[in-house]
Design a protein around this ligand. Structure first.
Ligand SMILES: [Zn+2]
Length: 350
């Protein structure tokens, strides 16, 4: 099966969309990564700008900008050096989460990050799946009250929260012949959350929902369409929480295999969806490898009605063996999703 690369024999239109219809903001990219005491640049800003100019990308949001001196380094080399082209978000100081007084320390770090230029807060799936109490090794809940001052601080500073919670449902199931992500989990066995002390996907989603409910003045952008496999649940959440938004990063494989439901979802929530890709360096996850090919697939998915094409630039579909169909969104919706919704959230002029 690993070598099986079936070619579609369908005679259907194949569009090539080299540039997006409108200039866009990529709300979800990883140009830097926080490491001990600083940030590491995994992509070269000059190389980013070359791709951005070719693809019609006005701005990239580097969500993993760390905090403290690392954040200041990222802001200087991206946001300050190239005004309007890059935006940098801060991250919580997870290593301090079990310290006494963390709740206040973290709120103060948010104020410091805001002063340093950070325009938002990124919360990795670390919260809910990896962050544990130092003493007991128990997983820390997403809705743990120690984070309340942080959620309030970003809300009052008008910094949106980009939050990734949980993962595809198949990652919580046995890696067996019924698992539709068998090959993906086979390639990344450490992505499985089955059979240990992890909460269920729904429990993680509901814990995040408690946070969104408790902090109505804070704007939460739930990354990866919040829970892309369950659009009825995401719709119910969006209906109950006006401070909730979603991005589409690394989930066109999910949206594009349910194109009629997705099209209705974009129609209904056109003011709440932002464009993002999860673009990163490296090639082990082709569905998010930064470059021209990645963006062209997103543009084809959003702008055309092409049918049955690959959702990632890879010889074998990396998330599961299916293909996607385009949504053919209207110009009005494209403008909002590509740029206006994100610009409003970040507080930059559209
Ligand atoms: Zn990401």
């Amino acid at each position: 099966m690993e070598q099986y690369q079936p070619k579609s024999m369908l005679h259907v239109p194949e569009s090539h969309v080299p540039r997006s219809r409108f200039p866009l903001i990529d709300f979800h990219t990883h140009i830097t990564h926080a490491n001990a005491g600083g940030v590491r640049f995994s992509m070269d800003p000059a190389n980013c700008l070359a791709v951005m100019d070719r693809k019609n990308i006005r701005t990239m949001v580097d969500v993993t900008g760390g905090y403290g001196d690392g954040l200041r380094d990222a802001v200087a080399k991206l946001q300050t050096a190239h005004p309007g082209r890059f935006i940098v978000f801060t991250e919580p100081a997870w290593t301090k989460a079990s310290d006494a007084g963390y709740a206040k320390t973290q709120a103060d770090l948010i104020a410091d990050a805001h002063k340093s230029g950070a325009k938002g807060l990124k919360v990795l799936k670390t919260l809910g799946l990896f962050l544990r109490e130092r003493e007991t090794n128990k997983l820390v809940r997403i809705d743990d009250p120690r984070f309340d001052p942080m959620w309030e601080a970003v809300g009052s500073l008008k910094m949106p929260v980009a939050i990734h919670t949980s993962d595809p449902e198949a990652f919580f199931l046995p890696i067996d012949r019924f698992n539709e992500r068998y090959e993906e989990l086979h390639a990344h066995p450490d992505w499985s959350f089955h059979g240990k002390d992890f909460p269920s996907n729904r429990e993680l989603q509901e814990a995040r929902r408690n946070v969104i409910r408790r902090h109505p003045k804070t704007q939460f952008v739930c990354l990866h369409v919040a829970n892309a496999e369950d659009l009825p649940y995401v719709s119910e959440c969006l209906d109950s929480h006006p401070n909730m938004f979603v991005d589409i990063a690394a989930r066109i494989g999910e949206l594009g295999r349910q194109p009629r439901a997705s099209r209705k979802f974009f129609d209904k929530y056109q003011d709440r969806i932002v464009f993002g890709t999860d673009a990163s360096a490296g090639t082990s996850t082709p569905q998010q490898t930064f470059g021209d090919a990645l963006y062209e697939i997103y543009f084809r998915f959003l702008e055309t009605e092409d049918e049955y094409f690959d959702y990632a630039p890879a010889p074998v579909p990396p998330q599961g063996r299916w293909r996607i169909s385009g949504l053919g969104l209207s110009e009005q919706i494209l403008r909002k999703v590509y740029r206006d919704n994100a610009a409003r959230l970040i507080g930059i002029s559209a």
